[in-house]
Design a protein around this ligand. Structure first.
Ligand SMILES: [Zn+2]
Length: 61
């Protein structure tokens, strides 16, 4: 169980969505529950947090 960063309620970690909140050029990692996601998605300061499965290759082939 983990806490939703917005409403503070407890949820299983698999339900909570990792989202980044940008405040003053700083990125904060938040865990957002399903009911808060609809609110947060209307806020342009929030972004989805995606963990890359493979190393990102910056070299051009
Ligand atoms: Zn919530």
């Amino acid at each position: 169980m983990d806490k939703c960063s917005t409403c503070g309620q407890q949820f299983p970690e698999t339900i909570l969505k990792k989202m980044i909140q940008i405040i003053d050029r700083k990125a904060y990692l938040n865990k957002i529950c399903p009911s808060c996601q609809s609110i947060v998605l209307n806020n342009p300061n929030y972004y989805y947090f995606i963990e890359p499965k493979e190393p990102i290759n910056l070299q051009k082939s």
